[in-house]
Write a protein that binds this ligand. Structure first.
Ligand SMILES: O=C(O)CCC(=O)C(=O)O
Ligand SMILES: [Fe+2]
Length: 230
């Protein structure tokens, strides 16, 4: 199925908000992933769709979010020196969240067809960086230790000026001292990169910054041991 076909079909959109606008960002994304392992695309989703996600996250109070930690379930710690964002995992309990997960599911299938990545599922959370928050240089997955394959970050911020900080900085795959890209978290921008390969960081935000961070994963379930999620 071509991208156009699933774009026009949109069989399961609960909000009836058109989700994708054009094919170009998708082909660029594929090309980038094939050639360099990361990609940043603007207007990947329609403006209305992105706005609906923003409306959702903006209305969650900090008290209903988690202070994000470092590490997974067993060794989950809130390390405030490393990161200072609030998160809320996305469950399909509201139409816009359901639609987001379904669109990412569609993207998962398309990526598997085109790039043979064997992606099994997707997990994602809203993130809020209040003024002064950051996420120090890190990698989302260590080789062989995690099932996270492809990281995604969708930015939701309407007006983000130069000087507002909060940029995503991506470092070179082979030399993590070298910066290869720096991107403001502007509405509709989607960053995708191979989770095991790219160190990245979020510079100090000078005002509240919203995003949806997510991970396409492979299934590492063996025998009776269920792979832990989130
Ligand atoms: O928000 C971003 O730009 C990146 C967030 C991030 O690196 C993460 O949540 O692991
Ligand atoms: Fe990250």
């Amino acid at each position: 199925m071509s991208f156009d076909a699933w774009l026009t079909k949109n069989p399961y959109i609960e909000n009836s908000i058109p989700t994708f606008t054009r094919e170009e960002p998708f082909s660029n994304l594929l090309m980038d992933l094939q050639t360099k392992g990361w990609s940043v695309q603007d207007d990947f989703f329609s403006a209305d769709f992105t706005q609906a996600l923003m409306d959702e996250v903006e209305n969650i109070q900090n008290a209903y979010m988690l202070q994000a930690g470092v590490g997974r379930k067993q060794d989950h710690q809130v390390v405030l020196d490393a990161r200072r964002d609030y998160i809320q995992w996305i469950d399909p309990d509201k139409p816009i969240k359901k639609d987001f997960l379904k669109m990412m599911e569609t993207l998962r299938v398309a990526l598997n067809r085109r790039l043979f990545l064997g992606l099994f599922d997707y997990e994602a959370h809203f993130a809020r960086y209040e003024k002064g928050a950051f996420y120090e240089k890190h990698i989302d997955a260590f080789k062989g230790e995690s099932n996270r394959i492809l990281s995604t970050v969708l930015y939701l911020n309407e007006s983000w000026e130069y000087g507002d900080g909060g940029e995503l900085v991506i470092y070179d795959e082979h030399n993590p001292e070298i910066e290869v890209g720096r991107y403001s978290p502007i509405k509709g921008r989607l960053a995708i990169f191979l989770s095991e390969c790219f160190y990245h960081e979020v510079l100090v935000a000078k005002k509240t910054r919203h995003s949806v961070a997510g991970w396409f994963r492979v299934n590492n379930t063996t025998g009776k041991t269920l792979d832990p999620d989130q």
